[in-house]
Design a protein around this ligand. Structure first.
Ligand SMILES: N[C@@H](CCC(=O)N[C@@H](CS)C(=O)NCC(=O)O)C(=O)O
Length: 195
């Protein structure tokens, strides 16, 4: 199994965290997704990380789909428990939305400068971050358990700390910060810290 990734991608980090939590050790293939790497192109026609080449040689893309595949690939209890599926899927959606809004804010600033945040799309991205933080703060108790939802939200929030520290999510969301404190200390999160 081969995982194509880079060190600053929140999407790739989530997949790596899930692999570690499931006791899986894919070969890590470090790539620059912006460099038109032929190996990454062969694995994912969208030229984005993460991409996973499975044991059967199938190449999977999209972080949430890869995470679901890894969750099913190992026998350790599922990170998408049957009785809590709806709540976990809801949190995964919020975590992915938060990641998308944050990542696209960072990329837009890189390519368009400060003007990016003043555009209609930029304003919508920042509003999405704000609204999602408010929802997560209200549902903070659900993030105390280990599942795909709490892992995805934890990676999204750590990406905010890494790339958009001015948002100060811990100060805005004290319950959320408290609920995720021990999860943030897990070896899977520490080993994959953004650098
Ligand atoms: N929806 C995708 C997003 C993946 C994504 O945007 N990855 C970024 C790195 S964080 C990338 O590879 N960007 C390169 C590009 O868009 O060309 C997922 O969940 O896997």
């Amino acid at each position: 199994m081969k995982l194509y990734l880079n060190a600053t991608s929140p999407y790739a980090r989530f997949v790596r965290v899930v692999a570690l939590e499931k006791g899986l050790q894919p070969e890590l293939v470090w790539v620059d997704p912006w460099a038109n790497d032929p190996a990454l192109l062969a694995a994912n026609p969208a030229l984005r990380v993460p991409a996973l080449e499975t044991e059967q040689g199938t190449c999977l893309s999209e972080s949430m789909l890869i995470a679901l595949h890894l969750d099913q690939a190992a026998t350790i209890p599922s990170l998408l428990p049957t009785g809590e599926q709806e709540q976990v899927l809801q949190l995964m959606g919020w975590g992915q939305g938060l990641t998308d809004a944050a990542f696209n804010t960072v990329i837009a600033r890189k390519h368009q400068g400060a003007e990016a945040d003043r555009s209609i799309l930029g304003q919508r991205r920042l509003a999405a971050i704000q609204h999602t933080l408010e929802q997560l703060e209200q549902q903070a108790r659900q993030l105390e358990k280990l599942h795909l939802g709490s892992l995805l939200v934890a990676v999204a929030l750590d990406y905010l700390s890494f790339r958009l520290p001015e948002i100060q999510w811990q100060q805005r969301c004290p319950q959320l910060a408290a609920s995720l404190q021990s999860l943030m200390q897990r070896p899977s999160m520490k080993t994959t810290a953004f650098v």
